[in-house]
Ligand binder design. Structure first.
Ligand code: NAP
Length: 263
């Protein structure tokens, strides 16, 4: 199996590493994770991963290099590693708002660079990962890596910031929706833990119906009887701006993602 260096073992870098190991296709020994904070790195080492505080060492021994630092941390990381990068290596960037040409301009080399936008459900192999590359031949390996930790969609690079909003930020949007439903449940008589359990299983069921091929509105029609309680609840939510809040929130997140790397 190919050696993978994950440069930036924060939320998404570590989640990716855990997800890859869960698949059993990748061995924990094939992955090295870097970050600058030694104490935080030691905690990652306790999980069994190889760790390094030295990005250049990690890059030297890797066939696949994942860039998973914040956009504002990327230039200094690229400056540090650029002399070590070789054309045989594959670079996967999960950094939001940074284009392939931004990376090429910084490293001043033409390398194989693919952008991927996963979400934190990658840790439990349920990520929705959007992938874009300049060169189609580079996609196959990256798609297979991310298919092992969830579902993938190959998209145009210009839509990567939209993918950030809908899928990466989207995890938080759906979590907040589930949390809100559970808080409603508490208002009507359930303890917080049982309300959360009910809300999350209901959300899972709703997603499952759609994954099986149903359309949201036809499933909604099935649960809204005339003068019934569901339509009353749903229309009240719409009067309060439910769909509008989700849509404008996603648009706001997308435009914020667009500007994350701008100097
Ligand atoms: N979180 C998500 O759901 C998600 C989803 C998709 C994409 N992304 C993208 O993934 C990137 C990381 O996001 P995140 O949420 O994982 O952020 P994060 O938790 O802050 O992780 C960034 C990590 O990079 C490390 N780091 C910074 N500079 C470094 C350097 N020079 N060398 C090695 N490690 C370095 C930091 O650790 P030290 O301070 O110890 O160095 C930190 O652990 C962002 O660009 C984000 O847009 C995030």
């Amino acid at each position: 199996m190919k050696k993978i260096a994950i440069l930036g073992g924060g939320n998404i870098g570590l989640s990716l590493a855990k997800g890859l190991v869960n698949t059993k296709k990748y061995k924990i020994n094939d992955i090295v994770i870097t970050r600058r904070n030694k104490a935080a790195l030691d905690k990652i080492k306790l999980l069994g991963f190889n760790t390094s505080i030295n990005n250049c060492d990690a890059v030297k021994n890797a066939e696949i290099i994942v860039l998973s630092v914040l956009p504002q941390q990327l230039d200094s990381l690229l400056n540090e590693i650029k002399s070590q990068l070789t054309p045989e290596q594959l670079i996967i960037s999960v950094v939001s708002g940074v284009s392939i040409s931004d990376i090429e301009n910084e490293i001043k080399k033409k390398l194989t660079i693919v952008r991927a936008m996963p979400n934190t459900a990658i840790e439990i192999n349920q990520s929705m990962t959007c992938i874009a590359a300049n060169n189609v031949k580079d996609l196959e390996l990256v798609v297979s890596i991310f298919n092992s930790v969830g579902k993938t969609a190959v998209i145009k690079e210009e839509l990567m910031t939209s993918a950030t909003a809908l899928c990466a930020c989207g995890i938080a949007f759906f979590l907040r929706a589930i949390r809100a439903a559970s808080q409603g449940g508490v208002e009507i008589g359930f303890h917080a833990d049982e309300a959360l359990k009910m809300a999350m299983q209901t959300a899972l069921g709703a997603a499952g119906l759609l994954i099986d091929g149903a359309h949201p509105e036809s499933e909604i029609d099935k649960v809204t009887s005339p003068r019934g309680c569901t339509i009353a609840g749903l229309n009240t939510m719409e009067h309060e701006g439910f769909s509008s809040a989700m849509i404008t929130g996603i648009k706001t997140a997308s435009s914020r993602a667009e500007g994350l790397y701008k100097k």
